[in-house]
Design a protein around this ligand. Structure first.
Ligand code: DC
Length: 225
């Protein structure tokens, strides 16, 4: 007998609050939270550690058969595995962000990660965040939300997160990286960042986290009926 799972797709640019909000909603709804950006980061990180330039498409694609990327859940928290090793911490550096943005433009990399994302949604109720979840990965998701905010707001949040972790970064650099990544992500040919036609647009500029969570909760409730 086929069991029907529920999928909530949350797409949008970096720093719009997707992961923080999605994590909270998933915990409350007892859904699995899937951070798909972590998968692209892991491929980018794999290239960096192998001494491969992430902008060298041929070399990155040639590396794919030699790596395994997987997801594991511990107390509801996602861990991303590279060849069975937990790399969840290593993929959060500015270098890994840029590497992820570069490798995510290559269709074979997207194909490499596609089934992993679909399989998890086929067997669990998920809240999945990314760039192309509502458009490509889960086009049949029951709820699709496109979350955005101004570049300054998003860079400020990312800067606060990084400095809270003790990373030494400058706000100007975080903002410049953010703008560069927005450009890369929305101008690439393969699955560019764009709202699905049936996505609900949500702008979180100026909102507190609580306000955004509340807004999304009501929206999902309304959509799921
Ligand atoms: O969400 P994030 O910042 O961790 O994502 C890292 C990079 O991966 C980002 O530059 C775009 C890419 N990405 C993607 O192309 N498709 C997704 N579904 C998720 C992320």
């Amino acid at each position: 007998m086929e069991t029907k799972t529920i999928a909530i797709a949350i797409d949008g640019p970096a720093g719009a609050g997707k992961s923080t909000i999605a994590k909270r909603l998933a915990a409350e709804m007892q859904y699995i939270y899937v951070d798909t950006g972590a998968l692209y980061r892991t491929v980018g990180y794999a290239a960096l550690t192998a001494g491969i330039d992430p902008t060298d498409a041929d070399a990155v694609v040639a590396m794919l058969p030699s790596i395994r990327v997987g997801l594991a859940y511990e107390d509801g928290t996602q861990k991303v595995l590279l060849n069975d090793e937990d790399v969840s911490g290593c993929i959060r550096t500015p270098e890994a962000s840029m590497a992820a943005s570069a490798v995510s433009a290559y269709p074979p990399v997207r194909q490499f990660l596609f089934h992993l994302q679909q399989d998890i949604a086929a067997t669990h109720n998920v809240i999945m965040d990314g760039r192309d979840i509502g458009t490509v990965v889960l086009p049949h998701a029951q709820v699709k939300i496109f979350l955005s905010a101004s570049a300054e707001d998003r860079a400020r949040r990312r800067y606060d997160e990084m400095t809270a972790k003790g990373m030494e970064v400058r706000f100007e650099d975080v903002l410049a990286d953010m703008i560069q990544r927005d450009y890369n992500d929305s101008h690439r040919a393969a699955a560019p960042l764009k709202p699905a036609e049936d996505a609900v647009m949500v702008d979180t500029t100026g909102n507190t986290l609580e306000q955004s969570v509340e807004l999304m909760k009501n929206l999902i409730k309304e959509r799921l009926g």
